[in-house]
Design a protein around this ligand. Structure first.
Ligand code: CTP
Ligand code: MG
Length: 188
């Protein structure tokens, strides 16, 4: 296992990971579906998807990326024992936006799917909950920042391993902490 690649991938995905966490903190106000139901009689998205979460999380994720770029990149280079890496490509702010907005957009898409399968707000849907945010962050990057994504995601098996195995573990861990701290209603 190439540990330095593992750290690089975790570092690159940080704006996506934290956008979700920040949305929990800023969220709760102004439901995006405005309280409306879909044709199946269930809420379109539910009260767990709000403008304050979407906007707060997106801006928060961009700020995280900006802080990483300006204050953290050299730190992680030391930790991973690597020489200067171009983590964010030519247009870092675009990458931060794609990662953080993508994460929240994925989370919204998952809620839409959950509501269609009769799951209420906060109900558990393990696979969707763990991969929705990362899936959409990667999909948006694939579409709008393809060169950047391809510059790191196919470096051997470690990037995909990190995304598929470490992400769900990390996601669950953060949510358990959030639940214990009382900021999140459920530990998933
Ligand atoms: N949140 C928000 N707006 C978003 C995303 C999250 O306000 N776009 C806030 C909500 O307060 C939400 C909490 O973050 O309850 C936790 O997010 P999440 O687990 O994604 O939502 P759930 O409440 O579990 O709702 P769902 O079943 O639709 O996922
Ligand atoms: Mg949830």
């Amino acid at each position: 296992m190439d540990l330095s690649t593992f750290w690089i991938v975790m570092w690159i995905m940080m704006p996506a990971y934290l956008a979700n966490t920040i949305a929990v903190l800023t969220g709760g106000k102004y439901p995006i579906d405005q309280g409306k139901n879909y044709s199946d009689g269930n809420r379109i998205l539910g009260d767990g998807k709000t403008w304050s979460g979407l906007i707060g999380g997106t801006i928060g994720g961009i700020i995280i990326g900006y802080l990483q770029l300006n204050y953290g990149d050299s730190l992680i280079e030391r930790l991973a024992n690597i020489n200067e890496v171009d983590f964010w490509g030519e247009k870092p702010i675009i990458i931060f936006f794609l990662l953080s907005f993508g994460a929240l957009f994925g989370d919204m898409t998952a809620s839409f799917i959950k509501r269609r399968s009769q799951l209420k707000r906060g109900d558990k849907s393990p696979l969707l909950d763990m991969f929705d945010f990362i899936g959409m962050a990667l999909l948006l990057s694939f579409i709008f920042a393809n060169d950047w994504l391809m510059s790191w995601i196919l470096e051997g098996y470690v990037p995909l391993f990190t995304l598929l195995v470490a992400t769900p573990i990390l996601h669950r861990g953060v949510n358990i902490i959030g639940y214990k701290l009382g900021v999140k209603n459920e530990p998933w």
